[in-house]
Write a protein that binds this ligand. Sequence first.
Ligand code: SF4
Length: 515
Amino acid sequence: MESHNRVITAGAPRLLVLAPLRLEAIALGPSGKVGPADLDVERAGMGLARAGASARRLSAVPGPPAAVVVAGLGGALAPGLVPGDVVVADRLLDDQGREVARLASAPLLVGELVRDGLRARTGTVLSTGHLVSGSQRAALAALGADVVDMESTALAGADWGAPLAVLRAVSDSPGAELFSPAGVVGALKGLRSLRRCRRALADWAAAAGPRQVLLAEPRSFCAGVERAIETVERALQRYGAPVYVRRQIVHNAHVVSRLESAGAVFVEELAEVPDGSRVVFSAHGVGDSVHDEARLRQMPTIDATCPLVTKIHNEARRFAAAGRQLVLIGHAGHDEVEGTLGTVPGTKLVSVADDVVHLELDATKPTAFVTQTTLATDEVMTVVGALERHFTDLARPAASDICYASQNRQEAVREMAADCDVVIVVGSHNSSNSNRLVEVARRCGARAHLVDNQADLRLSWLAGARRVGVTAGASAPPELVQQVVDCLAGLGPISIEERSTGHENVSFPLPPEVR
Ligand code: SF4
């Protein structure tokens, strides 16, 4: 065993890197500061016995590291893996296929490696006592492993008292066996990839540590989103695939992809749907011309528009029928805004207070406004103030058009944000209400970021963040929140506190066609 020159920087977190072979240690070293952490690279020795002895020796050294990484080359078992690919273990197996460990923060490391241009993914690493080639790969792959090595389970088995990650850069595969010319090229590719992992590993170590997780309540799915998703699921059960859905049923990439795999076909416009085919309208609602086109082309429709959006359409129609010119407060291009604009032709859109003076409307004529359901309440107030100053006769909705779900999630994040070092909002980038949660948290002084899932989390956001707030937009599934929390738990011990501003008990009846 040997230790590479240690150059430890005072105050920087120390990442202990355990590399079985000298070449792997060289690729990951020399030791010293890389980004925000010191990498302390130790050669752990080849094989389960040597690695086990190193683990016992190094884990007994006083002054535990901030984090421990097992890193080296590995053999591909899963199809599609090629030399140079990096697999970050989310699971470790012994050579009988028994699970030895789960490593929850693997997706965070993968996200950083991918952003650094590496081909990286999470996977299962199996450790065995001998070199593996030929048909032995298939036997180990059948145990559920993606990559094989000879040390990881032994190194992971010690009591490190610090978060652990295991990564393997693929050196050999069925097409590039060890000790063949292709295998040599593969090993070089693997070593190059290992070297390129150092920045991400340093970030991972800097993000490691105990923290408190504050969970905003309410968060995640609202009644309108649950209704819309169930509408598509039931339509698939009742009428069979394909069921066409105009636009994303709700603005969440995971929901859309799950329904797609169940047989839903998402389209932008009805022009993409064959005449006579059944179509579901999304939760955001559609304008009258879309209903007209469906009728004309004899398409049976199922309207999954959220009842709270329908309420605004009806309000807009009532204002128009009373002879008022109409203003919609909302964001241009959003599906809901297009639907509401299409409900009362001639409706003018404003997004910010400064837009009001540019409206091509007679300020002395009776006017009314409605709003998009998912705006931030404080943002809308300034626009309403500008409308009131501009129009002499302005009618407003009987109650705020901003829906209960948006208001509740904003209030919950407002209550929590001031106590957080960083706020993570789970939601897709085209989700209006998720973006508003980020803005509300930032207006409260917190650093806040929107992530579609745990792989979007940046380790640099978490470095030094001992209190992390987590919430989710109304279209984001609760399981994505859980996955983010699980990843945080992989960076060190967490305590979870729910910050509740109330519970929701709202449900909407399904459209008649799927009841
Ligand atoms: S966010 Fe509001 S308007 Fe949108 S689906 Fe949910 S309840 Fe309905």
